[in-house]
Ligand binder design. Structure first.
Ligand SMILES: [Zn+2]
Ligand SMILES: [Zn+2]
Length: 303
């Protein structure tokens, strides 16, 4: 089962004419997971045609304005919709207090249940903080000027029955196929059929979002074997010292990590306004990884 990520904002610090600030929207089987919510994210969702009421989880990378500036207005909209679920907000240490402050800044007529989860992975630890039959969500601690988390979304490998193989046993679609797909051995017309004989495994898919960070081994650890790694690339090589000073990455550093982690495709984002175009960032990254693209607002990535 594939999923789609829509990148709603690709600028660092401030929105520009072409680029809004940070937000990513992941769509999987009708559920929406929003990662970051910079100012203007609701309008970006309108343009991209997404319903805000379908957001079930919000992942906050860190509490810098370009990542959370649109959060309170989004929450207000969700409160005013026919939202039935609990909205789960995940973020780094301190998120509960920050969100409580934020909620006091606006008067609400309606309220829905919000659960805030503070995530505190150890150094170089990949923490699985949500899991169901379909997918898991993981995070790891980045190195930025405030507590910051990178996130991974990974679908689970599933057993599927190869019907051609099953028909050799005379088996057709039905409840027994369901048992086999759950890994159970079945008996049919006196024959014992094990999942190994008729099933294959679908590939699991993994997408990683690396937000603002300076160099840290947690980046390749979280991104290990990802199909797609979205990574901040605020600076070009020329400004490597600035990247270090302000705790960001250059495009080349992002690509070196993608290479180290055997990532399929690297997508650069979080661009500084100082550069007219992003071609030089792409060129510098491509020296270290063959599959690199530059993100643009409303870019869709199918994984
Ligand atoms: Zn930022
Ligand atoms: Zn930041």
């Amino acid at each position: 089962m594939t999923f789609t990520l829509t990148i709603l904002g690709t600028s660092s610090m401030v929105p520009t004419k072409e680029r809004n600030v940070q937000a990513f929207l992941l769509e999987y089987k009708g559920e929406l997971i929003l990662a970051d919510c910079g100012e203007g994210t609701q309008r970006q969702m309108n343009i991209a045609g997404f319903s805000r009421a379908k957001i079930k989880k919000v992942l906050i990378t860190h509490w810098h304005g370009d990542h959370v500036g649109g959060l309170i207005s989004l929450i207000q909209t969700i409160f005013n919709s026919e939202y039935q679920d609990t909205l789960h907000i995940y973020g780094p240490k301190g998120s509960k207090e920050r969100l409580a402050h934020l909620r006091k800044t606006v008067d609400f007529e309606n309220e829905v249940n919000i659960e805030v989860h503070e995530l505190e992975p150890g150094k170089d630890e990949v923490l699985t903080f949500f899991e169901n039959d379909e997918y898991e969500l993981q995070c790891a601690a980045m190195r930025h000027s405030t507590p910051t988390l990178g996130y991974a979304f990974a679908t689970k490998a599933k057993l599927r029955v190869n019907m051609t193989a099953a028909e050799k046993y005379g088996l057709r679609q039905g409840p027994l196929v369901g048992h086999l797909q759950r890994g159970e051995t079945v008996t049919f017309k006196g024959q014992t059929i094990t999942p190994d004989e008729v099933c294959y495994k679908t590939a699991s898919k993994k997408l990683v979002i690396i937000p603002d960070t300076t160099l840290t081994t947690a980046v390749p650890i979280l991104a290990e074997q990802a199909d797609v790694m979205i990574c901040e690339a605020t600076y070009a090589n020329e400004h490597e010292e600035k990247a270090q000073e302000y705790k960001h990455l250059t495009a080349a550093q992002a690509a070196l990590y993608a290479q180290q982690a055997s990532v399929g495709k690297l997508v650069l984002t979080h661009f500084s306004q100082r550069y007219k175009g992003v071609e030089r960032l792409l060129d510098e990254a491509r020296l270290h990884h063959p599959e690199v693209e530059a993100a643009f607002d409303f870019m869709k990535i199918k994984v």
